[in-house]
Structure formats: structure tokens, C-alpha cells
Design a protein around this ligand. Sequence first.
Ligand code: NAD
Ligand code: UDP
Ligand code: UDP
Length: 320
Amino acid sequence: MKRILVTGGAGFIGSHLCERLLNDGNDVICLDNFLTGSKKNVEHLIDNKYFELVRHDVIMPFYAEVDEIYNLACPASPVHYQVNPIKTIKTSVMGAINMLGLAKRTGAKILQASTSEVYGNPKVHPQPETYWGNVNPLGSRSSYDEGKRCAESLFMSYYHQNKVKIKIARIFNTYGPKMRLNDGRVVSNFIIQALRNQPLTVYGDGTQTRCFQYVSDLIDGLVKLMNTDDLCVGPINLGNTQEFTVRELAEKIIALTHSRSTIVNEDLPEDDPVQRKPDIRLAQKMLGWNALISLDEGLNETIQYYRTKIDPSEYIFEAN
Ligand code: NAD
Ligand code: UDP
Ligand code: UDP
């Protein structure tokens, strides 16, 4: 039995990961400061004797004897990471240093949840791992983007200098059940607005593109990446390759929820990437991994989840 530390384990992705690791027969320590995560995401795991929930902030040192570390702690939604950008940078940078120090001391393998945001507003499309990106180092997304870029640099440096066993995943837009109602990212916003028959808020003209990956595909990729043998693996892109405009996403969600919602256009946030699509040939080759869940399938699962979170009186449609 492996003992595995998941930082940010009470968040959206982290809670799915903790569940998967427990199901695989591991002993799991879930560390979280509950900034954007919630005990509710992991309450069904609390009675499992191989699950421990620890309230801790990764910017402070943490001591435990572990075999593997998944470093996910960091607010991920632009709405949340921009509230306290200094804290966002500290979390990415000091959190990475502490978790790498822990990996160095224990000999644990450590995986960093990096992001497609390291490519910024990309001028190369789709984005391969070899692309260095086009990031505004001063703009409103910079605390997240540069924090994550610095974390990647730290991971590489601990590998080169201290032979720490590192894995870096560059995660593209991921969605699914357990994103908070006020998460602020596009898929949860649109589903909740559609279920409430409120207008869907498309930022800008909605022609910007994204590729949406269902969370179970990502979890599969993260576990496969951790299980690779090489001392240093990555960075490696993990994402779905089906590309949609944000407007197409809005229309799809209105159709799938049978909502009466309309679409309204709001201001496009600063430095919002115009297009984004992963080149996943490396993940296919090195991990034998592909994203398998289509957008329609994943959205239906996610819509079902939000129906249980929203008062039914808010989504009784004329059709019903
Ligand atoms: P999330 O906000 O739901 O989860 C982040 C978790 O980290 C939360 O539980 C939060 O409370 C915790 N946290 C934040 N700061 C912390 C700190 N200082 N100490 C301890 N815990 C802290 O977001 P998510 O979508 O689950 O993202 C998880 C990770 O995956 C993040 O690192 C994010 O950057 C990365 N990622 C996510 C996506 C995506 O599309 N969901 C894309 C790229 C990268
Ligand atoms: N650290 C930690 N847990 C450990 C070992 C180290 O949190 O089990 C922290 C430690 O407090 C330090 C950081 O990780 O701030 C980096 O550790 P490293 O050994 O690289 O640096 P040093 O201690 O030499 O500054
Ligand atoms: N977006 C939108 N309406 C919303 C939330 C987001 O149109 O209510 C857009 C946002 O401007 C971006 C895309 O959807 O172009 C994805 O945004 P998200 O915050 O989910 O993730 P990002 O890929 O920008 O990190």
C-alpha cells in the first residue's frame, strides 16, 4: 500500500483524485486550506480508515512520510485567483518549494498540476509542450501564469540539482461534478445559468475557443503519469482535442438542459486567450492516454450533478 499526499485534495480535481487513489487501494492524505475547496467534496471519504483530511496551507512546511505527492493546491478559476494575487503566487511558488523539499527528504515521486496557462495567449496552435508561450508577465492573469511557470522551473531544478523524481502535467480546461456553484469558470457558470433560466454570460463575442476535458479523463492521465518509471517526465499536455467556441458551448448547454435562457455578451476579461487546443501526441506516446469522454457525455453528467445542487423550483421549465 502506497501513502499518497494530495495537496488541494478537497478541491474539484483533488477530490476526484483522492477518491480514485483510495479505490486503487492506497493510503491518502488530503491536505487543503479550503480556500476554494470544501470538506463537502470529500465528506463521503471521511469514514474510510485510509483517508486523512488535514487543514494546512502549502506555503508553510509540512512533514509526513509519503511515497507520492500530487501537488494540486492553488486556486484555479480566474475569478478566485485574482482576488489575492500575492497569495496565488505564494501558493504556487512556496507551495512547490515545500512539497519539493518534502519529496527530496522522503524520496517520494512528485507530480505538479501545471496548466495550459503557461502558454498564455498562444501564437502556436495547437500547443505542443515545446512551445514557450506568450504570457503577459504583468497582467491580471500573471499571478497564476507566472506562479505556475516558476513552479515548473522549480520542479526541473530539483530534478537536476537533487535528483527528485518529478512529473509535470500541463492540464487544459477540465470540468465536471464538484466544481463549486460560484467557481466562476465557464462550464459551471453556463450550466447553472441555464438551469436557472438566466441569460448565459458570454464574455466578448464568444469566438474564443477552448477544448473541454471531462474530469475522469484527466484523473486517468494524472495517475498514468505518476506511474511512469523515468526520473523526470514532462511537461506533458493532458486535454481533450475537440475544440469549441465559447458561443458553441453556450448553445450546446442551453440545448442539453432544455433551458429558456438567452445569451448575453459581457466584456472580455484582460488577456483572455483567443484560442487554446492541446497537442497530446506526447501523452498518447508516453502514457498510452487519450481523452475518451465527448463534450455531450461529460456535460450531461455535469448537468445531472448541478440539478442536485440547485433548488428544483429554480429549473422547472415550460416543457415539464
Ligand atoms: P479548485 O480551486 O477546485 O482546487 C484547488 C484546491 O487547492 C482547493 O481545494 C483549495 O482550497 C486548495 N488550495 C488553494 N490554495 C491553497 C493553499 N495555499 N494551501 C492548501 N490548499 C490550497 O481548482 P481545480 O480546478 O480542482 O484545480 C486543481 C489544480 O489543477 C490547480 O493547481 C489548478 O491550477 C490545476 N489546473 C486545473 C485546471 C482546470 O481546468 N480545472 C486546468 C489547469 C490546471
Ligand atoms: N520541507 C517541508 N517538508 C519536509 C522537508 C522540507 O516542508 O519534509 C520544506 C522546508 O521547510 C524548506 C523547503 O521544504 O523550506 C525546501 O526544502 P529544501 O530541503 O530544498 O531546502 P532547505 O531546507 O535546504 O532550504
Ligand atoms: N467565459 C465566458 N463566460 C463565463 C465564464 C467564462 O464567456 O461566464 C469565457 C472566458 O472569457 C474564457 C472561456 O470562457 O474565454 C473559458 O474561461 P474559464 O474561466 O473557464 O477558463 P480559462 O480557459 O479562461 O482559464
